[in-house]
Design a protein around this ligand. Structure first.
Ligand SMILES: Nc1ncnc2c1ncn2[C@@H]1O[C@H](COP(=O)(O)OP(=O)(O)OP(=O)(O)O)[C@@H](O)[C@H]1O
Ligand SMILES: [Mg+2]
Length: 245
């Protein structure tokens, strides 16, 4: 399996606050890596550094072997290859579902309107939102919005998809429909990095689980290793809060 992303000694400071300390991790093609950990441990900051929404303070992020933090690296190219799905959907409120999917394809990828529309309809169908193409985000449920956000990300034909707590803002009854779409995507071979509190998803779908604690990756292992035989008491304690429920 080829390595898509490799992170070496990554650091991120906000002022004097070192929130990511010496992060090392790698993601192979087709892997589903979930990142778990308490609030404030740095999970979102790590994802935001990976897609350059935040500028790392030190270290390397290698994308297919090239360090994207080098001044000469074409960041636009990298950004167009990495998709992101946010907790709060980040759909354009004044655009329809279809327009949300079309826009980036025309603006960033330079596709024709016809091609962009065809692709949008195909991906909206894959998340079962084909009947809502003309709806505005305010007219659909949270789960539906998140499925549109996933379709929109897929329309950009990403090499890797990042998810930051994609189900945390949803009503409990719509969480399942979003997780189902993500499971299907994982099965199709999409490379995914998923920050989540959905421990069943982490255990059943991911190829690897990273446990973050206070700005470091405390554990990195298979779901089986992390969930049944964690190396650190801190991991055990974190998991017990979820698994007792
Ligand atoms: N833009 C920012 N400016 C200053 N500090 C920040 C900023 N973004 C995050 N932080 C700090 O970095 C630390 C890590 O935050 P981060 O949002 O990455 O945690 P998290 O693991 O995603 O938490 P949660 O589970 O609550 O989403 C926190 O102490 C937070 O206050
Ligand atoms: Mg977060």
């Amino acid at each position: 399996m080829s390595e898509i992303i490799k992170i070496e000694n990554l650091e991120k400071k906000f002022g004097d606050n070192l929130v990511l300390k010496d992060i090392n991790m790698s993601v192979d093609e087709g892997e589903v890596v979930t990142i778990i950990g308490s609030s404030g441990s740095g999970k979102s900051t790590l994802l935001r550094c990976i897609n350059l929404l935040e500028e790392p303070s030190g270290g390397k992020i290698l994308y297919r072997g090239a360090n994207i933090l080098e001044p000469k690296y074409d960041r636009r190219h990298f950004r167009s290859r990495v998709g992101m799905v946010f907790q709060n959907f980040n759909l354009f409120a004044n655009k329809t579902v279809l327009e949300n999917c079309i826009l980036g394809q025309i603006k960033v990828l330079g596709k024709s309107k016809k091609e962009a529309e065809e692709r949008s309809r195909r991906h909206l169908e894959s998340v079962n939102m084909q009947n809502y193409v003309n709806a505005k985000p305010s007219q659909i449920s949270g789960g539906q919005k998140q499925r549109v956000a996933i379709a929109r990300a897929l329309c950009m034909d990403p090499d890797v998809l990042l998810f930051d707590e994609p189900t945390s803002a949803l009503d409990p009854e719509t969480v399942g429909e979003v997780l189902d779409v993500m499971r299907k995507l994982a099965k199709s071979g999409m490379t995914m990095i998923v920050v989540t509190h959905e421990m069943d998803f982490a255990r059943d779908v991911s190829t690897r689980v990273l446990f973050m604690n206070q700005g470091i990756i405390l554990e990195d292992g298979s779901p089986k290793e992390i969930f049944t035989n964690p190396k650190h008491d801190r991991t055990r304690e974190f998991l017990s809060r979820f698994l007792e429920k």
